[in-house]
Design a protein around this ligand. Sequence first.
Ligand SMILES: C[S@@+](CC[C@H](N)C(=O)[O-])C[C@H]1O[C@@H](n2cnc3c(N)ncnc32)[C@H](O)[C@@H]1O
Length: 342
Amino acid sequence: MKGIKIPKKEANQVRKILMEKSIIDLGLKIKRDSEYVYLPLMCEIEINSEKLAESGISHLDILEIEFEIQKRGPKSFMDFLNGKIDEVEIQEIKKSFDIIGDVVILEIPEKLEEHKHTIGQAALDFTKRKAVFMKKSEIKGITRIRELEHLAGEDISETIHVEYGSRIMLDVKKVYFSPRLATERERVAQQVKDGEIIVDMFAGVGPFVMDIARRREVLIYAIDINPSAIHYLKKNMELNHVEEKVVPILGDVGQVLSEHDISADRVIMNLPGTAYEFLDKAMELIKPGGIINYYEFSSDFYTPIQRIIDAAGPRKVEILNKRHVKSRSPGIWHMGIDARIN
Ligand SMILES: C[S@@+](CC[C@H](N)C(=O)[O-])C[C@H]1O[C@@H](n2cnc3c(N)ncnc32)[C@H](O)[C@@H]1O
């Protein structure tokens, strides 16, 4: 079979041109060694220097090469883009995918803005979901939501996401939700014992709450300042049949707690930007021996742990676990600390 031998660093550009001209044989597997990439050519196409020059390629070794037949699995995201965008950029976009129920949210770098609808359509075809949105702002404000722009599919932002068996209804435009915290939520849910009284200070639409209440005999006070979050939290209580175990509370955790007389075995504080402002409140709620699942954006463990110790005052603090939950930005982590307050 005919193929092109091309130094690794030029391979991507050449592959792109060949894909656009439909010269590359997609039925065969591209070969690689430490220095070269070998691209299979369509055998029915006459390969001559004129044709290659037309494609903007010169000095290529065209050889007889044995290529393996491509087993046709599901198409990759790159196949859907048909060579229109650079492979490295595609990988970056793919890493940014958040799939929430039927909705895909992705990040498109500024230099690729002109291709946003093509990328959106490719993401829709690749993921087989119903709607694709692109991030238009950072997560911001007290309700921690971001602006989104519709790119492809239906312009529907309400969906049901399934996480470790919990059904989570939400509107991606109106509430905070990150599927990337699923493992963390599961980790906390696994710690919970029957009989616990829990306060989720920043409950959102209730992903921690549902995961815990579905599996344990507990009572959870679920607080959020965003009316849309509480609206979906109530829907999720019904969807997951946990109405008896959850008390939804709309309001600022700094104010609403005084209306309730709660003594908690566990306080969950997933508002990593400013949760430290509410550590005093958590200390008022927590029973001796109770656990605070605390989160903070930080470059080190020292800062969040020291804040917990300061807020605890004379009470003894035992750090049960500390971990990097996910990266926030270079050098800054979403840190998780489990602290027992004696
Ligand atoms: C990072 S989100 C976490 C939501 C949820 N725990 C999760 O894992 O998806 C933080 C939530 O805290 C809420 N929030 C922010 N400040 C608050 C406050 N002072 N009192 C109550 N809720 C607050 C926001 O509306 C948002 O839903």
